[in-house]
Design a binder for this molecule. Structure first.
Ligand SMILES: O=C(O)c1ccccc1NCC(=O)[C@H](O)[C@H](O)COP(=O)(O)O
Length: 219
C-alpha cells in the first residue's frame, strides 16, 4: 500500500512523514490553498525530502508548462496536476517534466485508465481537493481503475482502513485528516494514518514504475 501525505509545510512535517514510513510527500503550490507554499519555502522543503521518499509538486492553478518548469527546478520526483488539466496540458508538461500524476474526481467522469494522459499515477479525489470532504466510494463499482491509483478525499486515521477495504486502491493520499487546523500538520496523526493504512492493507507497497509487476503478482 503506497501512502502519500500531502500539503506539508515544515521540515519537521517532512521528517515525521519519513519516519512514519510515508512513500511520498506532497508540496502544494496554489494561490487558492491554505497549504500553498511560496517559492522559497518550496525550494527549502523539496531539498529536505530524504531520497527514499518521493517528493511530489502539487498544482491546481498553475499553467502546465510553468508547473513542469517548477518541478524541474525544485528537483521533485513527480508533478501532480490536480483538477481541470487537459490531455494537451499533460502533453505540454511532459515535454519538460515527464513524471506526471493525474488527480481528478469521478464526478468529472474522467478516463480512469492509469496512463490515459501519460501519467504514472492516477489519484481519485473528492471534487474539492484538500477540503477533507469524502465522496461516494460506491461510484468505483462502475469505474474502478487498475494499477497505480491513489484514493484521496476525506481520509484519516479513523476511516482509512474501511476505505481501503471498500475501494481496494493501490495507495492512499491524505491531507486534512492529519491536521490539527487547516494547513497545520499533526505529527501524531501522520503516524497513526500511515500505520492504519499499512495495517489495513496487510502487505507491502510498490512504486509507480512497479505497477505492471504489482498486477502480475495479483497485488
Ligand atoms: O491540499 C490542498 O490544499 C490542495 C489544494 C489544491 C490542489 C490540491 C490539493 N491537495 C492535493 C492532495 O493530494 C490532497 O491530499 C487531496 O486533495 C486530499 O485532501 P484531503 O481530503 O484534505 O485529505
Amino acid at each position: 500500500m503506497f501512502v502519500k501525505v500531502c500539503g506539508l509545510a515544515t521540515t519537521a512535517d517532512i521528517d515525521v512523514a519519513a519516519e512514519a514510513g510515508a512513500d511520498a510527500i506532497g508540496l502544494v503550490i496554489s494561490r487558492t490553498s491554505v497549504r500553498g507554499l511560496d517559492w522559497d519555502r518550496a525550494v527549502a522543503l523539496a531539498a529536505h525530502v530524504p531520497s527514499h521518499v518521493r517528493s511530489v509538486l502539487v498544482v491546481n492553478d498553475t499553467a502546465a508548462a510553468d508547473a513542469a518548469r517548477a518541478a524541474n527546478e525544485l528537483g521533485v520526483d513527480a508533478l501532480q496536476l490536480h483538477g481541470t488539466y487537459t490531455r494537451a496540458d499533460f502533453d505540454e508538461a511532459a515535454r519538460t517534466f515527464p513524471r506526471l500524476w493525474r488527480a481528478t474526481s469521478l464526478n468529472e467522469k474522467p478516463d480512469t485508465r492509469v496512463g490515459a494522459y501519460g501519467e504514472e499515477v492516477l489519484l481519485l479525489d473528492s471534487p474539492r481537493a484538500g477540503s477533507g470532504a469524502r465522496w461516494d466510494l460506491s461510484l468505483l463499482d462502475a469505474a474502478r481503475p487498475e494499477g497505480a491509483w491513489l484514493l484521496a478525499g476525506g481520509l484519516g486515521p479513523d476511516n482509512v482502513a474501511e476505505a481501503i477495504r471498500q475501494a481496494d486502491p493501490w495507495g492512499v493520499d491524505v491531507s486534512s485528516g492529519v491536521e490539527s487546523a487547516p494547513g497545520v500538520k499533526d505529527h501524531a496523526r501522520i503516524h497513526a494514518f500511515v500505520t492504519a493504512a499499512r495495517t489495513a492493507a496487510g502487505r507491502d507497497h510498490g512504486q509507480p514504475q512497479d505497477r505492471g509487476r504489482e498486477q502480475d503478482r495479483g497485488r
